[in-house]
Design a binder for this molecule. Structure first.
Ligand code: ADP
Length: 351
C-alpha cells in the first residue's frame, strides 16, 4: 500500500509553470488520504479562474498513478485563502521571481461594479452605497448591492425588512428590496442584526467571494459593493478579486480625511482601478428657518482633497435628520435628496 509520503514525493514532480515551483513547495497540496489502493488529494489553486486548473489536476493524477499499486485517484480543487496566497506570493518573491497575481473573477452579467470606500466607520459609507443603488434604480437601471461589510453589515437595515436569499439549483438567489434592488448581506443569512460577527480574515474574503461567485446576480447595470471601513487587507482583497470599475470615496469633515484619500489613491494606483470621486458627507447643516448652510466642522476640505489626488469632487451632503430617520426605519427607497441626485449625475458622467 502506498503511503502519504510517497504520494507527496510523487506530487513534487508536478510543476506550476506560472509560479516556477512544484505544487508541494507552493503549499498547494492539502488533505492527502489513502484508503487501500485509492488516493484522494485536494489541490488549493491561487484563484477560482486559474487557467492551469485542469492541467494541474491532470498532472497530479498522472504523478500519483505513476506509483505502484494505485487504484482510484481523486484530485479535488479548492482555492487558497487570502492569507495563504499572500504567503505564497512572498515565497515566490523571495526566489527573485515576480509572482503573477490571481486573475480577477469574471464580470458575469454585470456592466459596472462600483465600490464605496471610507476611512473609518460612521461617516455614512453604507448610507451612500444604499442611496447610490436607489438613485440608479430610479433612473430605470438594474441594480444590486453586495454588502461586503461582513462583520458590520448594515445594508439590510437601511432597506427595511427583506426576505432571506433562497437557494435554487445550487445558486443563491439574492433578496430583493421593495423597489426590486437585489441585495446580498451576511445579515440576511445569519438573520440576527444585533449579534456582532467575529470572523477571521480568510473567512471574510471567502464569504465575499461567495457573495459574488455563487450568487445569481443575473443581468445588472450596476453592482454597488459596500466595503468594510478602512483601507487595509479586507478592502484590498475585494478590489483584487472583483472586477471593479470604479471607487467612490466617502469622507466626513471630522475624520482625518486626508489620510483616507491618499490611501485610497494608493490603492487605486496599485490595483489600476480609477477613483470616480470624493463625496463629503455630513458636511454642514441647513438652518430649517432660513436655509443658511452652517459648516459645523469648519470649511469643507473635500474639494481640496479631491484635487490633491487628481480626482473629482462629487459634492457634499448636509447632516439631514430625514436621512438618518430613513436609514433607521429601513425606508431609504422613500428618501430623496437633490444634492445626492446631482452627485449621482456626476458619477454617471465620469463613467
Ligand atoms: P458607515 O457605513 O460609514 O459606518 P452609515 O452609513 O452606517 O456609516 O451611517 C452612520 C450613521 O449616520 C447612520 O445612522 C446613518 O443613518 C447616519 N448618517 C449617515 N449620513 C448622514 C447624513 N448625511 N445625515 C444624517 N445622518 C447620516
Amino acid at each position: 500500500m502506498v503511503t502519504k509520503d510517497e504520494v507527496l514525493k510523487a506530487l513534487k514532480n508536478v510543476m506550476d509553470p506560472e509560479l516556477g515551483m512544484d505544487i508541494v513547495s507552493a503549499e498547494m497540496v492539502r488533505g492527502i488520504s489513502v484508503e487501500g489502493a485509492s488516493v484522494s488529494v485536494v489541490l488549493a489553486l491561487t484563484s477560482e479562474t486559474c487557467p492551469l486548473a485542469n492541467k494541474l489536476r491532470k498532472s497530479s493524477e498522472e504523478a500519483i498513478r505513476s506509483l505502484e499499486g494505485i487504484g482510484k485517484v481523486n484530485v479535488e480543487l479548492t482555492v487558497m485563502s487570502e492569507e495563504e496566497l499572500n504567503r505564497l506570493v512572498e515565497k515566490v518573491r523571495s526566489k527573485g521571481k515576480t509572482p503573477q497575481l490571481p486573475e480577477k473573477l469574471p464580470k458575469k452579467g454585470i456592466k459596472n461594479i462600483l465600490t464605496v470606500l471610507s476611512g473609518k466607520g460612521g461617516v455614512g459609507k453604507s448610507s451612500v452605497a444604499a442611496m447610490l443603488a436607489v438613485e440608479f434604480s430610479r433612473k430605470g437601471l438594474k441594480v444590486g448591492v453586495l454588502d461586503a461589510d461582513i462583520t458590520g453589515p448594515s445594508i439590510p437595515k437601511i432597506f427595511g425588512a427583506i426576505a432571506p436569499p433562497l437557494v435554487k439549483a445550487g445558486k443563491i438567489v439574492p433578496s430583493a428590496s421593495k423597489g426590486g434592488i437585489k441585495i446580498i448581506s451576511m445579515n440576511l443569512i445569519t438573520g440576527d442584526q444585533e449579534a456582532p460577527i467575529i470572523w477571521r480574515g480568510p473567512l471574510v474574503s471567502s464569504a465575499i467571494r461567495q457573495f459574488y461567485v455563487d450568487v445569481d446576480w443575473g443581468e445588472l447595470d450596476y453592482l454597488i459593493v459596500d466595503l468594510p471601513p478602512g483601507t487595509s487587507d479586507a478592502q484590498l482583497t475585494v478590489m483584487q478579486l472583483l472586477p471593479v470599475d470604479g471607487i467612490v470615496v466617502v469622507t466626513s469633515p471630522q475624520e482625518l480625511a486626508g489620510m483616507i484619500v491618499s490611501k485610497a489613491a494608493n490603492m487605486s494606483q496599485r490595483l489600476n482601478v480609477p477613483i470616480l470621486g470624493v463625496i463629503e458627507n455630513m458636511s454642514y447643516v441647513k438652518c430649517p428657518n432660513c436655509g443658511e448652510k452652517i459648516n459645523l466642522f469648519g470649511d469643507s476640505r473635500g474639494r481640496l482633497l479631491a484635487e490633491k489626488i487628481d480626482t473629482k469632487f462629487l459634492g457634499s451632503l448636509p447632516i439631514d435628520p430625514e436621512l438618518s430617520k430613513a436609514c433607521d426605519e429601513g425606508r431609504i427607497e422613500g428618501y430623496k435628496s437633490k444634492d445626492f441626485q446631482a452627485i449621482v449625475n456626476r458619477i454617471l458622467a465620469s463613467l
